[in-house]
Design a binder for this molecule. Structure first.
Ligand code: ATP
Length: 306
């Protein structure tokens, strides 16, 4: 019996690993629409996250040599801290998260996690250590439970439900006729941007990675949904080193440090109030967004009165 069990057990593991690999590749293609080009160095060691300190040390990067994107970016995210990266569209904010994942490598400078250069560690261990809530979550054509369990395959149904509760999506799921077995994705139920993001948050809660990257949605969510998502994100980032790529400044007020990126350089850095006092690029962006929000609210009120 044991003789039969071992190969079967091995095949089970192999099946799970293969399935995970296929899903990872699918996800990578779907989200990034690009091929993984970076290979592990011979003899690369696994990343060992001890405290979770992330350091960008004078990072220079270009997708194409004629057009520099990051031009000497340096910052430190202390263990458990939240660093927000803001700035105009095209400044290079998401590029920073792509370098963290090592989808690309810097042309100069380095990125380290607890002192280990990420270009010298295995990609598998690096990606295991980082949780990502992307701008636009791609759901698999499967049940909603499957989509959440993608964060950790061996999670029990109770853990899946708990993660959904923390991500504020559990009551929505239970209101569906098939509940957690409801089919989603291209061929199933189409979820809204906010619902998909909450599925991604639930997935990340289940994965419980030491490091987090939150790439905020550019598309405006209604303020109730935005508030719920902010709460869920605050919960998941507690105690984890977090990089937030933010488009809406209202969501970065509590960050430990805000980096204002402009054309690949950090032109201002500090906490929210410090940056307002400075009355520079951040303060100007803050005022513009406040004005736009107030106008939006006034328009909304007028429409409701009509
Ligand atoms: P947004 O706020 O609009 O999301 P961002 O600050 O996150 O912008 P990035 O996505 O980092 O900006 O892009 C920085 C620059 O790099 C942009 O000009 C963009 O066109 C360019 N870029 C992004 N991805 C690639 C790529 N795969 N190949 C070539 N250029 C790219």
């Amino acid at each position: 019996m044991i003789q039969l069990y071992q190969p079967l057990n091995f095949m089970g593991t192999l099946y799970r690993e293969t399935r995970q690999a296929i899903v990872d590749i699918e996800k990578m293609f779907a989200i990034l629409s690009q091929q993984p080009e970076i290979a592990d160095r011979p003899g690369a060691q696994d990343l060992e996250v001890r405290e979770g300190r992330i350091v960008f040390d004078d990072v220079v990067f270009a997708y194409d040599s004629k057009r520099p994107i990051l031009q000497g970016v340096s910052f430190t995210a202390e263990p458990g801290a939240t660093i927000a990266i803001v700035g105009p569209s095209g400044a290079g904010k998401s590029t920073i998260s792509r370098l963290m994942f090592r989808f690309y490598e810097p042309q100069a400078g380095r990125v380290t996690i607890d002192g280990q250069d990420i270009s010298a560690v295995t990609q598998r261990s690096l990606r295991e250590a980082i949780g990502m809530v992307p701008q636009d979550t791609v759901l698999f054509n499967d049940s909603i439970a499957y989509n959440i369990r993608y964060g950790r395959w061996d999670a029990s149904m109770e853990e899946v439900r708990e993660a959904a509760r923390l991500a504020q999506i559990d009551s929505f799921i239970r209101s569906l006729p098939d509940g957690y077995e409801a089919q989603v994705g291209e061929r199933g139920l189409k979820l809204s941007g906010g619902e998909k993001q909450r599925v991604a948050i639930a997935r990340t809660i289940l994965k419980a990675p030491p490091l987090l990257i939150l790439d905020e949605a550019t598309s405006a969510l209604d303020s109730f949904t935005e508030h719920e998502i902010q709460e869920a994100l605050a919960r998941v980032s507690r105690g984890r080193t977090t990089l937030v790529i933010a488009h809406r400044l209202s969501t970065v007020v509590d960050a430990d440090e805000i980096l204002f990126l402009d054309r690949g350089r950090i032109v201002e850095r500090g906490a929210h109030l410090q940056l307002l006092e400075k009355n520079g690029a951040y303060a100007a962006m803050w005022r513009r967004q406040r004005q736009a929000d107030e106008e939006g609210a006034r328009r909304g009120d007028a429409e409701r009165r009509e």
